[in-house]
Design a protein around this ligand. Structure first.
Ligand SMILES: [Fe+2]
Ligand SMILES: [Fe+2]
Length: 348
């Protein structure tokens, strides 16, 4: 099932996500993308080629996510050169000082490449170097990609690869809850199937479930992986993770629903959750499914300060939340049925 998403904005969000994960890399990727796009424009690439150039240089370092798109050799050559230049600029604030050194390097090493001449011409303009400074980069790239709204179908295979990538990023950071997002997604999909939701709805729910804790990338690793209970201050910081999840995906055309469903996973029906304090009016069926799947998966997982709970204990927790008007009773009933039927399946 293809999902309609503005892939350009998704690419920006993934780039921001990498920024939360590894600050230095983000600037590097932005620089690489900007150089590649300038060069592509100078070489008069077609719109489709420019779009692919953008996706590959901004997010897809290993060419894994969008590998089904047709990419010609010239695009790889452009990205290769942009990468070399951006690499020479690492940890430099003022780029123009390195102009002569980089030009000499390109002539010495890569003068046989067809695109080097065009790149050297671009480098003659002072503006090329000033544009690579951090404060202008994002806006400039945004300007270059404006009007690309048509680039908005994410094929099922691409979505899967984006899912795997995101899950891996979270896993690498949050050691205590390894594979948590995948478990939540699995259970949320099961609940949705029981509810006979459409295929498209289910694939959106799955995506939102994978994303729900992505905001944890903004939380210091020390807090995420702390053995034992968090202090009050640490818990307050921890509470920002659904806020970051929301922020990361807020502006992506086509992802408005997914952003809400994922960003609201710690909200409650009675308005007592966090961080937006929305209540049942704003909690769609899909958001409620992810909430219940998240709680269920979390209590069935081991934590450093407690053992995983068994099905009877999980049901007790869910029922108490229903009585207190925190989560949806109908969805809990379905979840209990799934848990009882599959008692032998370990969620942790
Ligand atoms: Fe969470
Ligand atoms: Fe979670």
């Amino acid at each position: 099932m293809a999902l309609s998403i503005n892939v350009a904005s998704l690419a920006f969000s993934l780039n921001r996500t990498f920024g939360l994960y590894e600050k230095q890399d983000r600037l590097h990727l932005l620089r690489r993308t900007f150089i590649a796009l300038q060069l592509g424009r100078k070489l008069q690439l077609s719109k489709e080629e420019m779009e692919n150039l953008f996706l590959y240089s901004l997010v897809d370092e290993e060419h894994l996510l969008f590998k089904d798109r047709k990419v010609m050799g010239q695009i790889f050559e452009i990205i290769f050169l942009a990468e070399k230049v951006a690499d020479k600029l690492r940890r430099r604030k003022v780029c123009i000082f390195t102009k002569n050194k980089i030009k000499k390097y390109l002539i010495d090493e890569y003068k046989e490449m067809g695109t080097v001449c065009a790149l050297l011409e671009l480098m003659e303009k002072e503006a090329f170097w000033f544009n690579l400074e951090e404060e202008f980069l994002f806006l400039d790239i945004l300007k270059l990609t404006m009007g690309w709204e048509k680039l908005n179908i994410l094929a099922e295979e691409e979505l899967k690869r984006v899912n795997v990538l995101i899950a891996k990023l979270i896993d690498n950071k949050d050691l205590l809850t390894r594979r948590h997002s995948q478990r939540v997604a699995k259970l949320a999909v099961k609940i949705s199937e029981e509810l006979k939701l459409s295929k498209e709805q289910i694939s959106k729910i799955e995506f939102a479930s994978i994303l729900h804790d992505i905001g944890k990338l903004a939380i210091p690793t020390k807090i995420l992986n702390k053995p034992g209970k968090l202090t009050e201050v640490e818990f307050l910081l921890m509470k920002s993770h659904p806020f970051y999840t929301f922020k990361l995906f807020e502006d992506i055309g086509g992802l408005e629903d997914i952003c809400k469903w994922a960003g609201y996973h710690h909200e409650k029906l009675d308005g007592s959750g966090y961080p937006f304090k929305v209540n049942e009016k704003d909690l769609d069926l899909e958001a409620r499914i992810i909430q219940v799947a998240d709680i269920t998966a979390a209590v069935m997982e081991k934590r450093s300060y407690r053992n995983p709970m068994n099905v009877a204990q999980v049901i007790e927790i869910l029922e108490t939340d229903v009585q207190n008007h925190k989560i949806d009773g109908d969805i809990v009933r379905i979840t209990e049925k799934i848990l009882k039927e599959r008692e032998e399946i370990q969620l942790y």
